[in-house]
Design a protein around this ligand. Structure first.
Ligand SMILES: O=C1O[C@H](COP(=O)(O)O)[C@@H](O)[C@H](O)[C@H]1O
Length: 249
């Protein structure tokens, strides 16, 4: 018996339709929270479908009524490279929408030009999360890799085992760049709404594995193989898919 809500699955015809739907829903959630006098905290992700969603947010933002001074934006993971690197998730999001909408309450893990090591960067990011209220995201968006990774928590990697930590350093990432900082399962699981964003046939098997029911005795192994199994929202978990990503469910 569990009180965790079952995941919802929303399938859109293609990546463009998925991006438009998620961007619109995100702007609605932010506007509704602000109308209720709340400053929402939103967790952003890197990756290809996130970039398309961010560009749709920029396009739809003017009509949304969102006050970008009253929303706090975070990244679930960041690449430990120089601050001006195009590989930084924050730089990709700045180019796609943050600069255009004028968002300025944006937090991410310090870059390699700002911290001596990925461990230092993770500790500093964790301090920022604590100082800003503990990382209770209203909406946390997570891209999913074809291997089932979310944020920078990769199958079989030591970061999966982190306890009593908000953020961890990641080395030898199977996807470049190799050095990264990621929020931990503990931190990611504090979100009210978790939205998985998945597009494309190469990710269909990761979606299948993430949503598959497994016997209790196999749950830990399944999570190590497919880290996306390890995050659920307190109020809702939604899988936003395009048709290609949904072919195996
Ligand atoms: O490296 C990363 O990859 C994932 C997914 O990216 P995608 O290009 O396969 O969509 C992303 O969620 C994560 O934030 C990022 O650092």
């Amino acid at each position: 018996m569990t009180d965790t809500p079952q995941p919802l699955i929303e399938v859109h015809p293609d990546a463009a339709a998925l991006a438009t739907a998620v961007a619109g829903e995100l702007l609605n959630r932010i506007a509704d929270a602000q109308a209720a006098g709340h400053v929402p905290h939103i967790g952003l992700t890197g990756g290809s479908i996130a970039d398309a969603i961010h560009r749709e947010v920029a396009r739809l933002a003017p009509a949304s009524g969102v006050d970008w001074g009253a929303v706090v934006l975070w990244f679930g993971d960041e690449r430990f490279v120089p601050a001006d690197s195009p590989d930084r998730n924050v730089n990709q999001a700045r180019a796609a929408f943050l600069d255009e909408v004028g968002a300025f309450r944006v937090h991410t893990a310090p870059a390699s030009s700002e911290a001596g090591s990925a461990e230092e960067s993770a500790a500093s990011y964790a301090d920022t999360v604590r100082a800003e209220g503990g990382g209770d995201f209203d909406v946390l968006m997570l891209g999913v890799g074809p291997d089932g990774h979310i944020a920078s928590l990769f199958p079989g990697h030591p970061g999966l085992d982190a306890t009593d930590a908000i953020a961890v350093a990641v080395h030898d990432s199977p996807k470049p760049p190799p050095d990264r900082v990621s929020l931990t399962f503990e931190a990611l699981n504090r979100a009210q709404s978790v939205w998985f964003l998945v597009s494309g046939e190469p990710k269909a098997d990761a979606v299948r594995r993430a949503l598959a029911e497994v016997p209790a005795g196999q749950a830990a192994a399944a999570l190590r193989e497919t880290p996306a199994r390890g995050v659920t929202g307190r109020a809702e978990t939604v899988w936003f898919l395009d048709a290609d990503a949904a072919t195996l469910i």
